[in-house]
Design a binder for this molecule. Structure first.
Ligand code: NAD
Ligand code: UDX
Length: 469
């Protein structure tokens, strides 16, 4: 058996997305003695990572461009040469997408592992020396078993050790999360292989924060962490609806319960619903796994988190229609924010998409402003739903670069993302240029509703009693 606690000099990461890019950039930054190569089959994405203009990196994250600028071309490389990347590395991270299946068995629930399998087959095909394979993607519990089976049956005498090292970064704070993680989780069977990865993180993470477990605990912990976080959001969103009926204020309730040290203050912000590429996908996967083991009650328990989230998005959209005198047909609604949270250009599963779709079905006309999301992305998100003709989406939805233009002559403004800059706007000026009454629907309770009311707005804020609206 080879000595797997080999010194790692070359790392390859397959997948240059929201996780692969920032994660590997930070490893390269913290470990100048290791050469890190990120490979991807998406040529445009790799070109963007290599773009001299750092504003063109494919992922927007505060602090990311500085980290990339410091290491790129020194010990951080982006390439489409997947085979070479695999051959040169002693350790290979797999960081490809694992979306919800859109076909066949498990459609709409299970994780689609075809990209993971393709990576394993590619490694098995081209590797000519022993490798440590690290699962960085979020995977169903017991995926390592399948990976192992593919790799070990390649018949080329290369030996593999598989580790699970799920990523806990949140978008918008990815660099901070990677530099100062709450914990790093490493699951594996072989102590030497585990130690090789521990050694890499030890360059900047203290040993008490590096947790080692068996493979299956590590895989399942990632799904569980996301399920718990999303559950908190659905829990407070459920209470937000009750607040609106009872003159309680959800922000006050959040504060009051969050001061209980057993509950804690984080992840208690009521919203128009959680989005992002992870929460829904990972909970659906958890539900699917539970069902596949015949655990109906467990599955139903977690499924409710998604049901509540869908309800929250829908009731926000319904509220807009109802408030605008039960019709938005031909009315202009300004959308401030499209990203699924602030400080990211990522729109995957953003609540904005579903609220927009609902309003478009009601024949509203939308004008969208988001500081980081492109017009192409907004259209791609709406087209993907396949609810109406792409040409109709382009007719009914306009994307602008100026928030004041977005709100000009609007019947209502909907806040879909909690971008900080929204608080700095001249709301008096915006109010003057709107149709009367001037409505604001704050899906993030991000703005100061009292000030807005004094300015002349009719304000609906999620989780507040909203007297008079
Ligand atoms: P992503 O879609 O942004 O990036 C994945 C990349 O992998 C794409 O660029 C794609 O072209 C590439 N790819 C797919 N198959 C490939 C192959 N066979 N060969 C080469 N390249 C290939 O996805 P992401 O958001 O970075 O997520 C990756 C994984 O990390 C997922 O499992 C996700 O659940 C998990 N995760 C994501 C986050 C997050 O915040 N986005 C956080 C933690 C974990
Ligand atoms: C999440 C997990 O936090 C992270 O650990 C994991 O690695 C990937 O999935 P992410 O989806 O990037 O990260 O962002 P997160 O901050 O968790 O927000 C997810 C969604 O929940 C966003 O739409 C956000 O606006 C919403 N949210 C979050 C709330 O509505 N209220 C809150 O209190 C917190």
């Amino acid at each position: 058996m080879a000595d797997y606690k080999m010194e790692i000099k070359n790392i390859c990461c397959i997948g240059a997305g929201y996780v692969g890019g920032p994660t590997m950039a930070v490893i390269a930054h913290q470990c100048p003695h290791i050469k890190v190569t990120i490979v991807d089959m998406n040529v445009a994405r790799i070109n963007a990572w290599n773009d001299e203009n750092l504003d063109n990196l494919p992922v927007y994250e505060p602090g990311l461009s500085e980290i990339v600028a410091g290491s790129r071309g020194k010990n951080l490389f982006f390439s489409t040469d997947v085979d070479k990347g695999i051959r040169e590395a002693e350790m290979i991270f797999i960081s490809v997408n694992t979306p919800t299946k859109t076909y066949g068995k498990g459609k709409g629930m299970a994780a689609d592992l075809k990209f993971i399998e393709l990576c394993a087959r590619k490694i098995a095909e081209v590797a000519n020396s022993d490798k440590i394979i690290v699962e960085k993607s979020t995977l169903p519990v017991r995926t390592a078993e399948a990976l192992k089976s593919i790799l070990e049956n390649s018949g080329n005498n290369v030996r593999y050790h598989i580790l699970s090292n799920p990523e806990f970064l949140a978008e918008g704070t990815a660099i901070e999360d990677l530099l100062n993680p709450d914990r790093v989780l490493i699951g594996g069977e072989d102590k030497d292989a585990v130690d090789s990865l521990v050694e890499i993180y030890s360059n900047w993470v203290s040993s008490e924060k590096i947790l080692t477990t068996n493979l299956w605990s590590s895989e399942l912990s990632k799904l569980t962490a996301n399920a718990f976080l999303a559950q908190r959001v659905s829990s407070i969103n459920a209470i937000s609806e009750l607040c609106e009926k009872t003159e309680a204020d959800v922000n006050e309730v959040s504060k009051a319960i969050g001061m209980d040290s057993r509950i804690g203050p984080k992840f208690l912000k009521a919203s128009v619903g959680f989005g992002g590429s992870c929460f829904q996908k990972d909970i659906l996967n958890l539900v699917y796994i539970a069902r596949s083991y015949g655990l109906q009650e467990v599955a139903a328990y977690w499924e409710q988190v998604i049901i509540m989230n869908d309800h929250q998005k829908r009731r926000f959209a319904e509220r807009i229609v109802q408030t605008l005198f039960n019709t938005v047909s031909g009315k202009k609604i300004a959308f401030l924010g499209w990203a699924f949270k602030k400080d990211t250009n990522d729109t995957r599963e953003s609540a904005a998409i579903y609220v927009a779709d609902y309003l478009l079905n009601e024949e509203a006309e939308l004008v969208v402003y988001d500081p980081k999301v492109t017009a192409e992305q907004v259209y791609a998100d709406l087209d993907y739903l396949n609810t109406r003709d792409a040409s109709l989406n382009r007719k009914l939805v306009r994307i602008v670069n100026d928030p004041y233009e977005a709100c000009n002559q609007a019947h209502g403004i909907a806040i879909l993302t909690e971008w900080d800059e929204f608080n700095a706007y001249d709301w008096e000026k915006i109010n003057k240029n709107m149709k009367r009454p001037a409505f604001i629907f704050d899906g993030r309770s991000a703005l100061n509703k009292e000030e807005l009311r004094q300015t002349g707005f009719e304000v609906y804020s999620i989780g507040s009693s909203n007297v008079g609206i």
